[in-house]
Write a protein of this length. Structure first.
Length: 92
């Protein structure tokens, strides 16, 4: 266990940020699942609106260091690809 004041403070700060990041990551996961369900239901208008909302949340989560930037780029790219495939059914 930490004995110095600074080590104890660092433990408090780490726990606080762990909870903040956990909440943000959970919110992103929930929005991603909603978006995927809209894409599976082939609801193009709601999927487009959901994708914009999800992009904003993803960018903010990356900016606040809850995710690595490459993880966010990968998630956005894969979702955009699925949305594009739904909008243009003839192409992959």
């Amino acid at each position: 266990m930490a004995t110095s004041r600074t080590a104890k403070k660092r433990i408090r700060q780490t726990e606080k940020w762990r909870l903040i990041h956990k909440a943000r990551r959970t919110e992103v996961k929930t929005l991603t699942k909603k978006e995927l369900s809209l894409l599976e239901a082939k609801d193009l208008e709601k999927a487009k609106a959901g994708f914009v909302e999800l992009q904003i949340k993803l960018d903010k989560a990356q900016k606040l260091h809850s995710f690595h930037k490459n993880t966010i780029a990968r998630k956005k790219s894969r979702l955009a690809k699925k949305l594009h495939a739904l909008a243009k059914p003839g192409k992959k």
